[in-house]
Design a protein around this ligand. Structure first.
Ligand code: NAP
Ligand code: SF4
Ligand code: SF4
Length: 381
């Protein structure tokens, strides 16, 4: 395992972190401790020292599982991270939750406490002020109950940078992988400001594990053994990243990801060049199709044109057919989707009545009607 400095805190975190959101659960919705605890302990034995949970994961039992798993180990060698969402509470309730969390973990302190899924506006309304959560967090820090304060966010990159620049936080937890690079600039800024940078979704929340890179084998370094291996090494090849936090739920995933994170150099300079070429190729390929600019919108019939094309790109560019088909079926059922930080909330391609309003507005001159027909034919079959 490799270790990197978590900002200026003095902590050294393992480059692979354990995201305890996807631990095995029982039918009653609580964590299956008999399966989860050995998984967490296997990761610790492989050198993972950064373990991340949250107030709400697995109805609160993820934190209990982590607490049970860390019992036999020296507490000071582990970095316990968790989160409290602050969007519907103020300081006193934040403090009550912290006390519950300390009991769940059965630990006298938490190393990194996050404001969970923080938005700039929520920080103004619930973080700041006399009754705000920030004051309660500083008090808990003074009492030694939490060591460092961080935040996780899916807000816009601009707002994430504003949160970083408040100077109130020691670390960030952001989504980042080679399909979704929206947070690259906030990650750079966070590192520049000496914050610890933890990445969630390095394997695209599981999407990238379905990608078959064999199709592009001659563009992939020989040492890459699988898509998750490439995904994790790619995230760690960004020197601004401290930890790739993966939500592993089998022993095989833990072993494999630990091995990916154990390379002193994620890629050799030659491999890095190859991977850069691969990504450039994928981007070039993706740009032949819809770029998601949205100029063609709105469709008077409610079709989410870029959203449908984004799904098609998962198939055409990345070969993720099964994933794209499943998501398209959800869109047909009227479900809202979030992909690569983009909300897809309109109708599927079959709702196009071929009125032609959109086509003249497309700077890529995409034959939208024809391509929507193709989306329905390929993904709707
Ligand atoms: N703060 C927030 O708002 C927030 C939001 C999301 C996540 N998080 C945190 O970040 C953590 C990481 O995010 P994530 O769980 O989305 O990370 P991820 O590593 O991108 O996705 C985990 C999934 O990827 C697949 N996977 C990973 N390694 C694999 C391997 N070696 N072989 C095959 N498949 C593999 C598995 O999918 P399958 O199970 O489908 O096979 C696994 O469940 C979470 O656990 C959570 O702690 C925080
Ligand atoms: S052609 Fe189809 S997608 Fe384009 S505006 Fe008309 S209904 Fe919407
Ligand atoms: S205008 Fe063209 S490139 Fe832009 S979102 Fe619409 S179809 Fe895609």
């Amino acid at each position: 395992m490799q270790y990197r400095a978590y900002g200026k805190t003095g902590l050294r975190a393992s480059t692979l972190g354990f995201g305890a959101m996807r631990l095995p659960a029982r039918e009653d919705g609580t964590c299956d401790y008999d399966r989860a605890v050995p998984m967490l302990q296997r990761a610790i034995e492989l050198g993972v020292n950064y373990i991340d949970s949250a107030w709400g994961y697995i109805n609160g039992t993820s934190e209990v599982a982590v607490g049970k798993a860390i019992k036999p180990y020296e507490r000071a060698k582990l970095i316990l991270s968790t989160k409290i969402p602050i969007n519907d509470l103020y300081g006193p309730e934040w403090r009550r939750r912290l006390e519950v969390q300390l009991q769940r973990f059965d630990s006298p302190y938490i190393d990194v406490m996050h404001m969970h899924n923080l938005h700039w506006q929520v920080f103004q309304e619930h973080g700041l002020g006399e009754n705000g959560c920030l004051k309660a967090a500083r008090q808990a820090q003074a009492e030694g109950l939490i060591r460092h304060l961080a935040f996780s966010s899916h807000d816009t990159p601009e707002n994430v940078i504003r949160l970083i620049e408040t100077g109130e936080f020691d670390g960030v937890l952001l989504q980042y992988n080679f399909l979704d690079r929206r947070m690259e600039e906030p990650i750079r800024r966070a590192h520049e400001k000496s914050l610890g940078v933890v990445v969630m979704g390095p394997v695209g929340g599981g999407r990238l594990s379905m990608w078959d890179p064999q199709a592009l084998r001659d563009l992939i370094p020989e040492s890459v053994v699988s898509a998750p291996d490439l995904a994790i090494r790619w995230v760690l090849s960004n020197p601004n990243v401290t930890v790739a936090l993966s939500g592993m739920n089998t022993l095989e995933m833990i072993e494999q990801n630990a091995s990916s994170a154990s390379r002193e150099q994620p890629f050799t300079p030659q491999e890095q060049e190859m991977v850069n070429r691969l990504l450039a190729k994928l981007t070039e390929f993706a740009n032949l199709y819809c770029t998601g600019c949205g100029y063609c919108m709105p469709c008077p019939n409610g079709v989410d044109i870029p959203g449908n094309f984004l799904l098609m790109n998962y198939y055409r560019v990345y070969g993720l057919r099964e994933y794209a088909t499943r998501q398209y079926a959800l869109l047909k059922q009227g479900k809202e989707l979030w992909l690569q930080g983009t909300r897809i909330a309109g109708k599927d391609a079959s709702a196009c009545v071929q009125c032609g309003t959109c086509e003249p507005k497309c700077p890529q001159n995409i034959p939208i009607i024809e391509q929507l027909e193709e989306v329905e034919r390929v993904l709707g079959a």
